[in-house]
Structures are given as structure tokens and as C-alpha cells.
Design a protein around this ligand. Structure first.
Ligand code: CAO
Length: 426
């Protein structure tokens, strides 16, 4: 980062001087302090975070997700692990005896690794040297652990005032700030579990790791933003992402509904049509859509024997006429009982039952093909088996094959963020 800035400065100065001396020459273009646009073809001007060095003190999932993202964009990530133990996930959910687990490899395959005892005198010296040479320290230890190693903000900032110290914790400042937190705890305390599942069942956690990976994503944005600010101020800062906050951010539509409750029932929720009164907190809404357009998961040909023969179907108002034609109910287009979204709300169960009669006559892919022709929003329920075999995801690099010295080839998720001028480093 520092190098790139040094290179760019003289160019700007030269351009200004030249335009003063030779008044007949056209005025130099305004560059806002940026170097002039690269003439190199897109994708050949280096990686976006090239030159950024990360001291990676992360473990398990939330922190490693963050540093994996930064490494995809070209940052040099040096992962520090505890001697003799390593990241605990190396040995968790082991499938191939003697090899690091997929849990570990799928989150760390683009990093360098070093073992350092951070509580040993020699280890502390090495860490101090690394702190001086790195741009960002990322950690997700239990609250207070970094301080107990002697790596306080004051110590780090004194050694390297440009250092950004980025942390994942379970909670922000408050009554729970000292708690250790794992994925499902964050899903429960961030509002996701209370709003996931069916009304008459218990709260549910979701398979997507919104507490761990979701918070890692938030932290990566915080780090890149702090790097951007540092390019103006020359100074690092602390970046904190609490898992509870990250989950709540992802569950914000439910906080929206909490406030709507004061003004009446949530009419797009199935329970409204079923005549079940609302309480004073947002209920679980099964597979109802989170937006203003009613949606459901419906059976397709093969269900329920095939557990994934389902499709998500949205009865979006602008394409209602097409929906009626496709499912064979053309009179619903003009029948006042069905023709407006408001009229449909109390009978969504019956409407979706009729649509399901149609989806059950098609496979999920046939239904998708037909519905897409009419811009009717829908999505087949894709299993992990189907996603692993999906050739278009392989082509875009969203699913990648990685080589491992002990386990051979395995599949990993590649960078889901695509940039035209920065290739992802696997
Ligand atoms: N050298 C010496 N000691 C090391 C070390 C190293 N290289 N790396 C870690 N340690 C020590 C820590 O200093 C700590 O010691 P103290 O308790 O004496 O301070 C000890 O190892 C354990 O660290 P920890 O408390 O972070 O680990 P844990 O397994 O007990 O807890 C977790 C794990 C994830 C619950 C906790 O780290 C945490 O709450 N992190 C923040 C939230 C988070 O990221 N959770 C997501 C986890 S993914 O599901």
C-alpha cells in the first residue's frame, strides 16, 4: 500500500509543474490525488489488496472467513497458530485420517502459516517484529485474550501507529461483552432464531453460517474501509464486529416487521390469512417471503420422496396475469376475489395450494424454465450435491477444486465477489 502511494505522488507533482510552465499545453487532467489510469489490460495490473500484509490471529470460522476474503483479493495473510495445537478446526470433523479437516482447509487454503507461542518471551519478540511489518492484525479470541498476551491496543499502536486492529467478538459493549460465543449462539441472540421456523414449532437455526461467516464478511468490509481511511490519515484504528450485531444486520427485515406490528397485523404472513392473531413480537413465518410479495416453497414432481424436489414461488403482483395463465386459472385475472394483491392476502393458503397442483406436475427445473419465460420469480431448491456438480459455478470460480498434499483434490467455495481488474488468489 505504502509503495503504491509513493509511486503515485511524483506523477501528480510533475503534471502540475508541467502545466504551469507550458501554458499553451492543454491543462493536466484532474486526478484527485490518484495515479493516472493504468494502461494495463484489466486483470493484469495486480491484485486489489497486493502489498497489504495481514497478521492473522484468527481461529475457528468467523475470523478465518474474513482473512480468507482478504487473501482472495491479494493480501498476504500470515496465520499465527498455537504450537502443538494449531487452529482447533484442523482436527475437527476429520474425514481423511492424517489430513487437516475440510473445516480447516476450506477456510485457510490461501494463507501462509506460522506457529508462535505468544506467551513466550521469544514468541513475543517475533510478534512485535511482525506487528511492525504488517498493516492489519485480525483476531477473534475470547474477550480479553489479546490483552492477556500483552498485545494491547496501546502496545500495538506504539509499535506501529499505522496498524489496524480488527476483532470479532460475540457481543459489543454491554452485559454480555465477556461471553464466549459460537455460531448458533449468535443466531439466537441476533434475532434470527426467533424469526426462523414455523409458528407452531420451536425457534430454528439456519444452515447458512450467518453468525460466523456473516460477521467475518462484515469485518472484512471494516478492514478495507479502515485501510482506505488510513491512506488519508496515515493512522490505523480499531475495528470491532460483534456477532450479535452482524446477525441483527442480516435479520433487519424482521426488525422492520417488529415496528410494523404496532400499526396492525402483518398481512403478508400466512397466519393473517389463517385468522391467527399476532402477539407483540415478530412471529416465525415458515417459508413466507420476507418482502412485500407473498412467496412459498412448493412441492414439485418427485416430492416428498426426493427431499429437495421443491421450488420457491413468488406471486409477484406485476406478473399475476401470467401466473393465472400458467397454472390454468385465467378467470382469476379479472375475478375481484383474486385480481388484486389485497384481495388475495386472506386466501394465500388456497392460492398456493392451487399453484402447487401445477408445480407438482413438473420437475423443479421444468417449472423454473416455464416460469422464467414469464419473469415469474422462482428458484429450485438446490441440494449441496447439485451445487457441487454445477458446471456454471465451476466456470465462474464460485466452486473451485483445490489440491492438498495429503487429501488430494477437494472442493472449496471460491471468491463470491467478482472484480474486473483483480483476479482472486486461491
Ligand atoms: N500462543 C499462546 N497462547 C495462545 C495462542 C498462541 N499462539 N493462541 C491462542 N492462545 C491462547 C489464548 O491466549 C487463550 O488463553 P487465555 O485464556 O489464557 O487468555 C487461549 O489460547 C484460548 O483462547 P480462546 O479463549 O480464544 O479460545 P477458546 O477455544 O477457549 O474459545 C471461542 C473459542 C471462539 C469461543 C472464543 O475465542 C471467542 O469467543 N471468540 C470470539 C467470538 C468468535 O469469534 N466466535 C466464533 C467462533 S467460530 O464458531
Amino acid at each position: 500500500m505504502a509503495k503504491a502511494k509513493k509511486k503515485s505522488k511524483p506523477k501528480v507533482v510533475k503534471a502540475k509543474k508541467a502545466s504551469k510552465k507550458a501554458s499553451k499545453k492543454p491543462a493536466a487532467k484532474k486526478t484527485n490525488g490518484l495515479p493516472s489510469p493504468s494502461k494495463k489490460p484489466f486483470g493484469q495490473a495486480g491484485l486489489a489488496l497486493e502489498g497489504v500484509r495481514i497478521l492473522d490471529f484468527t481461529h475457528v470460522q468467523s475470523g478465518p472467513t474474513c482473512t480468507q476474503l482478504l487473501a482472495w483479493f491479494g493480501a498476504d495473510v500470515i496465520k499465527v497458530e498455537r504450537p502443538g495445537v494449531g487452529d482447533i478446526t484442523r482436527g475437527q470433523l476429520v474425514d481423511v485420517k492424517g489430513a487437516d479437516s475440510l473445516y480447516f482447509t476450506m477456510l485457510n487454503h490461501n494463507k501462509r502459516s506460522i506457529t508462535i507461542d505468544s506467551k513466550h518471551k521469544k514468541g513475543k519478540e517475533i510478534l512485535d517484529r511482525l506487528i511492525k511489518e504488517c498493516d492489519v492484525l485480525v483476531e477473534n479470541f475470547a474477550p480479553g485474550a489479546l490483552d492477556r498476551m500483552g498485545l494491547t491496543w496501546e502496545h500495538i499502536h506504539k509499535l506501529n501507529p499505522r496498524m489496524i486492529v480488527a476483532s470479532v467478538k460475540g457481543f459489543g459493549p454491554g452485559p454480555y461483552e465477556d461471553c464466549k460465543v459460537y455460531e448458533n449462539v449468535a443466531q439466537c441472540t441476533g434475532g434470527s432464531a426467533s424469526t426462523t421456523g414455523f409458528r407452531d414449532g420451536p425457534p430454528l437455526v439456519t444452515g447458512a453460517q450467518i453468525g460466523d461467516s456473516g460477521t467475518g464478511l462484515h469485518l472484512a468490509l471494516g478492514i478495507v474501509t479502515a485501510l482506505y481511511q488510513r491512506s488519508r490519515t496515515g493512522r490505523g484504528q480499531k475495528v470491532l464486529c460483534a456477532m450479535q450485531d452482524g446477525v441483527l444486520n442480516l435479520a433487519r427485515v424482521k426488525l422492520r416487521d417488529q415496528q410494523r406490528l404496532k400499526h396492525g397485523p402483518l398481512t403478508e404472513y400466512s397466519q393473517y390469512g389463517e385468522g391467527v392473531p399476532f402477539g407483540d413480537a415478530v412471529p416465525r413465518a415458515g417459508n413466507d417471503s420476507g418482502g412485500g410479495q407473498p412467496g412459498r416453497i412448493l412441492k414439485c414432481k418427485g416430492a416428498p420422496e426426493d427431499p429437495n424436489a421443491y421450488i420457491y414461488f413468488i406471486t409477484q403482483a406485476p406478473v399475476w396475469d401470467s401466473i393465472c395463465d400458467v397454472i390454468g386459472e385465467p378467470t382469476w385475472k379479472t375475478d375481484p376475489e383474486y385480481s388484486t394483491p389485497k384481495a388475495r392476502l386472506p386466501k394465500l393458503n388456497a392460492i398456493f395450494a392451487r399453484i402447487e397442483k401445477w408445480t407438482m406436475s413438473k420437475t423443479k427445473f421444468e417449472a423454473m424454465d416455464i416460469l422464467n419465460k414469464y419473469d415469474i420469480p422462482c428458484g429450485p431448491i438446490l441440494s449441496m450435491k447439485e451445487l457441487a456438480a454445477d458446471q456454471s459455478l465451476r466456470k465462474t470460480g464460485t466452486v473451485v477444486e483445490v489440491d492438498h498434499p495429503k487429501r488430494g483434490k477437494y472442493l472449496s467455495v471460491g471468491n463470491p465477489i467478482k472484480m474486473s481488474a483483480s483476479r482472486s488468489r486461491r
